[in-house]
Ligand binder design. Structure first.
Ligand code: ADP
Length: 265
């Protein structure tokens, strides 16, 4: 799908991006870690955030679902828009953040599974208890998701009985069970042994092919080349370069993108 920025201006409903980030800014104490962060993500596309350690990738990702609250800027996911710079009552702010959080689901670097719950219970916990959906509906859906990530036969296992790659696949299925509009991945394979990385990236490629809208922080350049519709290269808190993977990775324009790619390739 096109990531052409000309669509940004469009008022046509069919080309309105699913995600729109405008002028995001964030400091931790005196340290400004993000500034002038602007980008859009079209429905059904994959955006990969690349950049050196400390460049702000995770902070951008966490800002999208208000795990990190930016100092200023606007995040809109579909019809939910939060202007972080706007003065609001505490109650209104909390309500807006809760609405934004429901639009996306995050897969973390190290899985955050509930250790004393089975695989199936890990998937059904959020939909039943946080979303108040009926168990009779949620359980069959969870089984379909486990099938999708190749773990249909492990629903009664506990996380400690699974490999790191299997745990991470449960983490992905658990995020999908929340039926988010947007899937966020924060270095989902970086804590895995190298031989387990492929199975997790394989699941992510399947999700991309199914049309999930995804924003992914990763150092897996081959994955980015194969799957990303859009690559954002961050350096020192700004988007230093952006474009299709074929341009940013294979033919970078900026010296700092080239330096980064030389270091990691
Ligand atoms: P990346 O994901 O690209 O490695 P991060 O978004 O994690 O970068 O971090 C960007 C900068 O913000 C770094 O300098 C980091 O030390 C700082 N930072 C991130 N989170 C916090 C925090 N909770 N408190 C203070 N500084 C933070």
């Amino acid at each position: 799908m096109s990531t052409d920025e000309s669509t940004d201006e469009s008022t046509d409903e069919s080309t309105t991006p699913l995600l729109e980030v405008t002028d995001l800014r964030k400091s931790f104490g005196d340290q400004e870690v993000l500034r002038d962060i602007d980008f859009t993500v079209e429905q059904g596309t994959v955006t990969v955030l690349l950049g050196p350690s400390g460049s702000g990738k995770t902070t951008v990702l966490r800002s999208l679902n208000a795990l990190e609250v930016p100092d200023a800027g606007v995040v809109r996911i579909e019809d939910v828009e939060v202007d972080f710079g706007q003065a609001r009552s505490r109650r209104d702010a909390d309500r807006d953040l809760a609405r934004l959080r429901r639009q996306s689901a995050m897969v973390f670097q190290a899985h955050h599974l509930f250790p004393h719950r089975t695989v199936l219970q890990n998937l059904t916990e959020g939909p039943i208890h946080a979303q108040g959906r009926p168990e009779a509906e949620v359980v069959p859906e969870a089984r379909v998701l486990l099938e999708q990530v190749g773990l249909a036969d492990r629903e009664d296992a506990y996380p400690s009985q699974l490999s790191g790659g299997q745990q991470q696949r449960v983490g992905i299925a658990r995020a999908l069970a929340l039926k988010p509009r947007l899937m966020l991945f924060d270095e989902p394979t970086s804590a895995l042994d190298p031989e387990l990385v492929g199975e997790v990236l394989g699941v992510m490629k399947d999700l991309a092919a199914e049309g999930w809208t995804m924003v992914v922080v990763t150092h897996e350049i081959r994955f980015a080349q194969q799957v990303a519709d859009q690559v954002l290269f961050l350096d020192d808190g700004v988007i230093a370069e952006r474009g299709p993977a074929s341009q940013v990775i294979e033919d970078p324009r900026e010296a700092r993108t080239r330096q980064f790619l030389h270091r990691i390739l």
